[in-house]
Design a protein around this ligand. Sequence first.
Ligand code: ADP
Ligand code: MG
Length: 701
Amino acid sequence: MNDQIFKTPIEYLKGVGPQRAEVLKKEVSIFTYGDLMHYYPFRYIDRTQFYKIKDANPDLPYIQILVRLKSFEVIGEKRAKRLIASALDDTGEIELIWFQGINWVQKNLKLNQVYIIFGKVTYFNGKAQMAHPEMELFNKATKNNGNLTLQPVYSSTEKLKQHGLDSKGLQRVIANLLDVCLNDVSEVLPSYLIHQYKLNTGAVAIQNIHFPTDNLSLKKAQNTLKFEELFFIQFKMLRSKLLRTRKFKGNLFENVGDKFNYFYQNLLPFQLTNAQKRVIKEIRLDTQKGIQMNRLVQGDVGSGKTVVALMTMLLAIDNGFQACLMAPTEILATQHYHSIKALLLDDFVSVKLLTGSTKKKERRIIAEELESGKLSILIGTHALIEDPVVFKNLGLAVIDEQHRFGVEQRAKLWKKNVIPPHILVMTATPIPRTLAMTLYGDLDVSVIDELPAGRKPIETLHMYENQRLRMFGFMKQEIAKGRQVYVVYPLIQESAKLDLKNLMDGVEVMSREFPLPDYRISIVHGQLNAADKEFEMQRFVKGETQIMVATTVIEVGVNVPNASVMIIENAERFGLSQLHQLRGRVGRGAEQSYCILMSSHKLSKEGKIRLETMVKTNDGFEIAEIDLQLRGPGNIEGKQQSGIMDLKIADLTHDQKILQEARKSIVKIFEEDPELQQPEHAILKTFVTKAENGIALNKIS
Ligand code: ADP
Ligand code: MG
């Protein structure tokens, strides 16, 4: 075995050379033998089966038919010029047609020969037709293909094709590659797992993923490579979790003290839901073990995560620690500050807010009080971890809306105390459980799966542009009842200017429809400075304005219980999870709330499914599942931190079972042999050693 061979620069491979190497690097990031070996086909053409012309139909994928070429002729002029051929088998006739490369085809076609034609069959005027078929003379084809029955198809690009690396070209160089290094492919999984899950050994999997002999061997190779991939992503995460719990002690929150109890008995304005109680209990158990807690609390918008965070902070304080809460935006941090202040009595515990706009003098006071321990709770944006803020004894850090905080940022927090603080991450972006396992594999997960009692489910409607007057009428009706309304415009990140224009056009329409003095409108968008934003927000929060026109800056966390209508303009331009987040801004009070999705009549198929889903369900987890199916996991927020982007073959939508099996086996390994000392784990030990020596983990070969 020789691992080094996989690091050989790709230009040294037979059939590649410096020029093609350059294109391979630029176009598809293939630098080495190893990279090329892991460049898998994205589909396979079934060469095992021949169709008859009478059975061919447009519903079939690319198929092959054995035909005899009867005639061909060029017709039309210039741009309309085309080559039409007629071919027969014993069941009927098919028309073959070329619009390009006509001269070349014409020169090479041989009348009365038997060909394998390959392509997609369509019907035109009741006649079977195949455009630009791939053609091979029957004899030659059978000789060349050998026992290759499933032909790999590799994705290529224009540039690659110009250099002779279309799918077929790639197939050739990969065949050369396997000739020289298939024997050097080393095993990566312990052999008992290969046995238990009926996987291939490494080399066989590589051989069969590129050149399968039949569907069964292909399937097995795919399973093997998916398993390997999902195994090592999770192995890394679970191992770092293991190391962390070993390396760091955790602060002990053993006592439920005065602050917690007093708050619970005297200040809490409502009954906790059972889900909230359960999550608080899970946190309590976690914080008594002497190991550092890293817990993700998932709960739909409005499920009441803030109060869970607050009570955990009180628990920290009761045990002599300080706590901090971080939010992704200033608006949200400020909102948290106000709502937490409102829940606590003035001098009950000391709480302060630190954001980008905090004045110097106030900053100094905060710094002093944090260091002396006078300040118990600090709320802020992530400026909080960048800031050279020194705590006397930080015991807990709460991070709201996790997906904007990476693993590395979390790690920074650990340095804020001798014993790293417990970490509680809160997110309203519901993530299917299995996906959460991979995304946040190093976190434990709690779920608040219940909304506070008395909430009426939000009613969602989809309206088209021509129903706009009806929508205005509805707004007026609700405002007359004393309610407030959000109107949200999409944010096109590429063009801040265009966003603003969109929004301002909207504001103009709104101001005409809802004129002063009867109506007042707040306007909030990303280009306002913090003070103006806050001012506009507060006018709406206090009920001085009835309508808030905004871009998606209001997406996370804003809490105005009296707002009962959410209008989303150009709703088709939003993703599902974002729509769901926005809808969650209403339905926070006792009133019946509504969400109106405005769209044009022109909807993509996917856009239509998104809007229908929103109308159909309020369940965040169901929406997340559908979102996952529509977009694939590659587009789920937070993926950048997880390695999911690098998945070469596994697909989290379809391979959840493999994901779970892989995880199960890793958990078992760490339970039974955490040091990886048993001989059958030597292979994993090597992997770990390599990893610790800084070798890229996803390039194991
Ligand atoms: P989210 O989970 O989206 O962060 P919040 O914590 O902002 O939700 O809570 C939404 C609203 O519900 C707040 O006004 C909060 O005071 C209220 N709330 C939270 N828990 C309960 C409960 N158990 N009963 C009634 N209202 C609650
Ligand atoms: Mg919240």
